[in-house]
Design a protein around this ligand. Structure first.
Ligand code: WT7
Length: 575
């Protein structure tokens, strides 16, 4: 039925690393590939050693690791040896400040070169790196630094101002290092050599906070051994060869910017392009042209904006260096796949994964025909299941909970100090002899050819411009405003951004529901929580629909918004 829409790829510009998906999947075991990484004795492995040191000690030492393009067009480049030495110096500096194995060191920086060097440095000494997106406001910063009990924060004097009101409530935070004040001098005094920590494969490497439906963001912890999966997926899905100039447009404040801009990329020996500026179609195309980018990893929202910018713009640039283009973060509309094939001569390849999975689980591989709109097929070794709410396996074509057997090296190790929440990600499947599977929180189905199709979230988590926002955090930020009694927050479908954040707000008695107040509330959330997590739309209402136990029924707010039937209201307080 779909066959006439399948995109076959006879004309790949280069032989892909994964030539035979079917055979490789059939005979796959990690043991076959484990020696492509550097291990220390006794099964010890360090992810940063495999990303940088390995290359700096070998033939790639004078090869470019990072092309950096600043906001105002300034540019710099760094070889693997330069990255090695710079990160060693930062590592030695951190050690001199008393940072030791397991300590949390957080980075709150825009996309400056120091961010990438510091990240590597932290992993090299066995400390745990945490990254925070530079649009975060005081509340988001406090939540992360407090819950992780971070000891050191690396930031700039400008960004550090956002901590001024919350710093006093962070007793574990011993030092704030400012990259624009004395940092360069301190670093330059440090030795350029370092004995990289021989971490155990299960030792914590980095952590990232991500949102769920309820509660504060959770600290997802990933281990050093994840580098095995970060490397293999970079090699087979992104198809990175050492000759590639690869541009991942994500920020390292999110998982994609860590796994597929830093760790996996460099483990393959490819050069990474970092663009510190904002999205702008002309600037983006000029970066591809200037650096002769070969592999590109971006997100559907950006692709939709590029499509909106039109084909005439594309004709002004030479984009012929591109050979493989990939997407992640939200559903990739089938139209964008066919559009990109038409205008760039290459179809976008959708990939699916999550902060918690630490690497790509489903993908459209370079050597496998694409069904536009599908997330593709499981990575070799990955075993997906579509499961009903009551723990039964569903059949081909039936939509249900997308689950995976928890058998791959980069699955989250734990949630930082949230063991009960961690367990809630797993369920037993009756039809698999009660085997434990990992639940993604997404709904999907498998078609008769083994392709998986994304249907939607099973929970209230909002995806706006590909970024994950928990409704509870936005509600909490709104309630902190003096005019607000209660708020219910949903994702409202939006053609460009996937969803926008919409808030239903109950005001205190006597407060006037004006347009000006709507703007004030939006700005308030933008400033206190985060620049990307504010409600674009606000509607004042008298009362929120709630369950008898007092939970806000966002499902009902959403149905109301979309003019859909309200569904089962048997647990509703009253409506
Ligand atoms: C959620 C995870 C890890 C990459 C960045 C996002 C949604 C992700 C796809 C896709 C449809 C997708 C899911 C998932 N998502 N990729 N290809 N098609 N939906 O990581 O912020 O942890 O979000 O993003 O809902 O659960 P994240």
């Amino acid at each position: 039925m779909l066959d006439n829409k399948v995109i076959h790829k006879e004309n790949l510009k280069m032989a892909p690393n994964l030539e035979d998906y079917t055979a490789t999947s059939k005979y796959f075991t990690y043991d076959r590939y484990i020696d492509e990484l550097v291990w220390f004795d006794h099964d010890k492995i360090n992810a940063a050693y495999n990303a940088i040191t390995k290359n700096a000690l070998g033939d790639r030492k004078n090869k470019i690791a990072m092309y950096w393009e600043g906001e105002n067009g300034e540019s710099r480049k760094y070889t693997f040896l330069e990255m090695e030495e710079a990160s060693n110096q930062i590592a030695n500096y951190l050690k001199s400040l008393g940072v030791s194995k397991g300590d949390r060191v957080f980075i709150f920086l825009p996309r400056v070169p120091e961010l990438y060097m510091a990240f590597i440095a932290i992993l090299k000494i066995g400390a745990v790196a945490g990254t925070m997106f530079s649009a975060f406001g005081p509340q988001a910063l406090y939540d992360r630094l407090d819950q992780s009990q971070a000891k050191i924060l690396i930031t700039t004097s400008e960004l550090a101002k956002r901590l001024s009101t919350v710093k006093k409530n962070l007793p574990h935070l011993k030092r704030i290092l400012l990259t624009d004040k004395g940092f360069a001098h301190e670093i330059s005094m440090q030795p350029k050599s370092l004995h990289v920590a021989q971490t155990n494969e299960d030792d914590d490497a980095y952590m990232l906070y991500t949102s769920g439906t309820t509660g504060k963001p959770k600290g997802v912890v990933h281990r050093h051994k994840a580098i095995v999966y970060e490397y293999l997926t970079s090699k087979w899905v992104l198809d990175l060869h050492e000759s590639d100039v690869y541009w991942c447009t994500a920020d390292p404040g999110w998982v994609t910017g860590i796994v597929y801009e830093i760790l996996g990329t460099w483990a393959c020996g490819a050069a990474t392009v970092v663009h510190a500026g904002r999205f702008d179609p002309s600037v983006w195309y000029s970066i591809i042209q200037k650096y002769e980018v070969t592999v590109w990893y971006t997100a559907p929202t950006a692709i939709r904006m590029l499509a909106a910018a039109g084909e005439d713009l594309i004709k002004k640039y030479n984009l012929t260096s591109l050979r493989h283009i990939t997407s992640v973060g939200e559903p990739l509309n089938p139209e964008l796949v066919t559009w990109s094939k038409k205008v760039y001569g290459l179809p976008f390849h959708d990939t699916y994964w999550q902060t918690e999975t630490g690497g790509i689980l489903m993908a459209n591989f370079p050597s496998v025909p694409i069904k536009p709109g599908s997330m593709g097929k499981p990575f070799p070794g990955i075993i997906p299941h579509i499961v009903s709410d009551d723990g039964h396996l569903l059949k081909t074509g039936q939509t249900g909970n997308l689950a995976f057997e928890p058998n791959w090296p980069s699955i989250m190790k734990k949630l930082w100090r949230r063991p009960v929440k961690y367990e809630s990600y797993f369920m037993r499947v009756k039809d698999l002899a009660n085997k434990r599977v990992y639940l993604t929180g997404d709904q999907a189905y498998k078609d008769e050819d083994g392709y998986y199709w994304f249907v939607g979230r099973a929970d209230d988590v909002i995806k706006t411009s590909g970024e994950r926002v928990g409704p509870f955090e936005v509600e909490s930020a709104l309630i902190a405003h003096h005019a607000v009694v209660e708020a219910g927050v949903i994702g409202k479908p939006d053609a460009l951004r996937g969803s926008i954040i919409k808030a239903f707000v109950v005001l205190k008695e006597g407060i006037k529901p004006t347009e000006a107040l709507k703007n004030e509330l939006s700005e308030y959330v933008k400033k206190n929580l985060a620049g990307h997590a504010y409600p674009k739309e606000i509607e004042f209402i008298d009362k929120l629909p709630k369950t008898r136990s007092g939970k806000i029924m966002r499902r009902i707010l959403k149905a109301k918004e979309l003019g859909l039937p309200i569904g089962d209201t048997s647990t509703l307080e009253e409506y």
